[in-house]
Design a binder for this molecule. Sequence first.
Ligand code: SAM
Length: 271
Amino acid sequence: MNYRHSFHAGNFADLVKHALVLWLVKARQAAGPLTVFDTHAGAGLYDLSGDGARSKEAEAGVARLMSADGRTPLMDALAAEVAALNPDGGARFYPGSPLLIADALTPGGRYVGFELNPPVLAMLAEALTGRANAEAREGDGYAAVGAAAAKVRGPLVLIDPPFEKPDDYIRSAETAISVVRRDRTATVAIWTPLKDLETFDGFIRRLQGKAGSTLVAEARLRPLTNPMKMNGCAMVVVNPPAGAEAAATEICGWVAGALGEAGGRAEVWTF
Ligand code: SAM
């Protein structure tokens, strides 16, 4: 297990995922307290000044978000969370999905994050210290989330694997299908990279006709001509709440427009 999210924290793909997750939490809990399961939680908090930030992806992502003029309201909402962690300005500290979600929950809401890598789990537990509504659990999030989600009604599930194993696409799709088949009121959001179209289309085909109403939010930084690069990313949301299409269009449009290259674009569609 070589993946370390700290090398990528705060990159453009995190901005897409985290801005949309923040919106999803707020939308889904409008009707009452929400339980959120994060199958691949990561460390929870990232120090972008450390060795782990050596890829400098954050410079092309969150650093530009924080200095941008004309942010849209949903990008502003994410920027406000980053600013709260950096009271002296800048973007040294960047929140992962665990902190963003736990801090967005209303009273009675609950966050459960699964993490397989013991050192990362220890960092997650430390990052969540003091948040009584949040819990870090050791384990395989794909395997564990079904039983955990079955104990609550209408959870939000985030599936955010490293995609370093070929079966991450298969397991993400199968996990999403089994969660929503058991509970039609659950929402499942899956993050994926966009490298080449066949990989992504194959993933979409796995969901089609099996998972229910689904929103696909793509932010492409450039045309998908080099499959060795992460040319963009997508959030695939099964059972999206009302308003998700507009929210995703705003977020992906800002990221592709402000951070993308020639030929970059946002595309939001449903099936
Ligand atoms: N969701 C996090 C965020 O947005 O801040 C980032 C998660 S990172 C992309 C993926 C994490 O999943 C890594 O920390 C990795 O150790 C962990 N991981 C890999 N396979 C896993 C599995 N089967 N179950 C739980 N965690 C896993």
